[in-house]
Design a protein around this ligand. Structure first.
Ligand code: MN
Length: 292
């Protein structure tokens, strides 16, 4: 196996607010070279680094909005995120839990801080990743997978090295919990002190990692600090990560869909005509109904 080398490491861009609840650093598609075509099927990565929200009785978050053509994956590290959508699904996730929403042909949803968390105040830390759908699945029925931490398959690393949570795809023959429409590996890697893990994905899979806690050394040479994002070249299969003081790292690797991308706001399709259609369908109420 050849080594998969790092192409670039991005420090966190200036944060911005999504609604009034999610203070995020956008790595995809805003990051240098980490655009939708380069990173496909990962078409958006918003990282909410740790941020303290004071207590409030207001609802903090993002109001009702549509999506079509992809999936939204929300991972909570700290705090508690709630979700409601127009198919009637509702969920609350806390630290270690994942919401995997397939917008596909169209959905309305709202995302916000869970009520009790808002009332008490506290630190929020989360990831939202958009996973593109293949053209053949973009107009399939919406669905929702709620994955609490106990439902996520795990691999224990030898020597008390830590845990790899297999959110989707596989790690060492352990198959992940979420179903996907194309080959996607999404691993939450929790490393203990003085430990490491190795990974292998096909060389042509687009691959990146986000350091959520601590810092790591990749391939024994490249330091990647807290809240930094590393994009890998497509030059090999295997890489290693190691840590001295412990770390949490989100690893993503997916097969390039190699289909055209036309994106406009909350719609990501293959052609401009499909985007026009999405706006028309949205205006005609074809995405269903969801109360504010
Ligand atoms: Mn959304």
């Amino acid at each position: 196996m050849r080594t998969k080398n790092i192409e670039l490491v991005l420090s966190p861009p200036e944060p911005h607010f999504v609604g009034d609840g999610f203070r995020v650093h956008n790595f995809i598609p805003g990051g240098y070279r980490a655009d939708m075509v380069r990173m496909n099927p990962f078409i958006l990565l918003d990282y909410g680094a740790k941020h303290y929200f004071p207590p409030t009785d207001q609802v903090r978050g993002v109001g009702v909005h549509p999506h079509r053509g992809f999936e939204t994956v929300t991972i909570a590290y700290k705090g508690s995120v709630a979700h409601h959508d127009s198919t009637g699904e509702h969920g609350v996730i806390g630290p270690g839990d994942v919401q995997w929403m397939t917008a596909a042909s169209g959905i309305l949803h709202k995302e916000y801080h869970e009520k009790e968390f808002s009332r008490a105040g506290g630190e929020m830390q989360m990831v939202q990743l958009w996973v593109n759908l293949p053209a053949r699945d973009k107009m399939s029925a919406p669905k929702y997978q709620s994955l609490t931490n106990d439902q996520i398959q795990k691999v224990l690393l030898e020597g008390n090295g830590g845990i790899v949570e297999v959110i989707a795809g596989s790690y060492r023959d352990v198959v992940g919990s979420a179903t996907t429409f194309s080959p996607v590996n999404l691993l939450n890697v929790r490393l203990n002190m003085a430990s490491g893990a190795d990974f292998s994905f096909p060389s042509d899979f687009n691959t990146a990692l986000l350091v959520v806690e601590g810092q790591v050394t990749v391939n024994k040479t490249e330091e990647v600090l807290t809240n930094h994002f590393a994009l890998f070249q497509n030059d090999g299969e295997a890489f290693t990560i190691e840590t001295t003081d412990g770390a949490i790292v989100l690893v993503m690797s997916g097969e390039d869909l190699k289909e055209p991308i036309v994106a406009h706001g909350p719609f990501v399709m293959n052609t401009r005509q499909e985007i026009v259609q999405a706006f028309e369908d949205f205006q005609k109420g074809k995405f269903g109904y969801l109360a504010d």
